[in-house]
Design a protein around this ligand. Sequence first.
Ligand code: ATP
Length: 365
Amino acid sequence: MALVKCENLTKAFSTPNGEEIAVDGIDLTIDDNSFATILGPSGCGKTTLLRLIAGLETPTSGEIYYDSVRVTDKRPQDRNISMVFQQVALFPFYTIRENIQYGLKYVSDLSSAEQNEKVEEMAKILDIHELLDKKPGQLSGGQRQRAALGRALVREPDVFLLDEPMSDLDEKLKVAMRSELKKIHQQFPITKGYVTHDQEEALTLSDEIILMNDGKVVQQSSPGEIYQEPNNVFVAQFIGNHEINLIDGTPENGQISTPAFDIDVPEQLAQSIASEATDGVTLGIRPLDVQVVDDPSDALFTVTMQFFEHMGDSLLVHAETPSLSDIVRFTIPEVAEPMDGEQYHLTFELDDVFVFDQQSGEAIT
Ligand code: ATP
């Protein structure tokens, strides 16, 4: 098992339109035995970063270490890694036993009896023991996925890299496999790098989330921290089930004034805003943190419902107020459906509000 470290890692591809910088000077560490998810929008460089860590791409510049060993120029087969990709590439004419055993092909000195023992042990852990003599075509998608994990894990790699391994599974199976993967990580606490663009997967699976945008790491934090303490507006917008409300405001005299309401800010925050905000500020309020109150005098502002969405156990209401150009989103219990044009009096706690510099988008704390 190994800690993975990238230092000022850059990968530029030459394309007919010029140079494409897929990974742009990344510094990061994935701790020994931890489950790190590389998350971000399509094209931000997740797969390239994973392929660099695996040795499947050569960096344009920068270094990669496994523990203190420099592996930047090492071939994948010399790094003791395993990888699982989006498409489960099991050999269709091999049995599951043979497929898993293939994972031991490059592990030198095991007798065939020892190999078989390892395969059986792995299959028991993954609950595919009964399926060992079947061919991949006779298995369900989830069972095939487990067999692929078995083949990758049986050789006991130092680093296990997974690139969107669940994106071909249907939603229900994905959720089931998520729990499986979590269990597997407890049983095999090998350092894992897991690429996904699905934030729910990232939030539920990982010890750490590495959020990328445009070839750079914008935040590396635990799932709780990245949700509760986003570094900037991009992180706040990307993480969270419902799109965050962003409202521009102007700080003055210990208050932030927006076109819809004014709020008092505590002394310390007012000082940070005074020293860090270049122009105005942007307030970020998650829909779940907006409260509906009965009495307008307890509210900061009042909005009119435009439409709503059923979220299962709640409704997500989209509403507007003449003073704000953007829609305001908040949730209400799934009891009575709102009527057309229904008005809501809204408030929120300052503790639940993120304050960003309007120009740079960086968080002010
Ligand atoms: P997705 O979620 O859509 O898979 P990603 O975040 O994994 O995207 P990458 O596949 O790493 O992103 O690609 C990052 C950027 O590098 C993209 O603009 C992509 O077009 C470009 N890129 C990736 N591989 C190559 C290549 N072999 N040659 C040229 N450009 C490439």
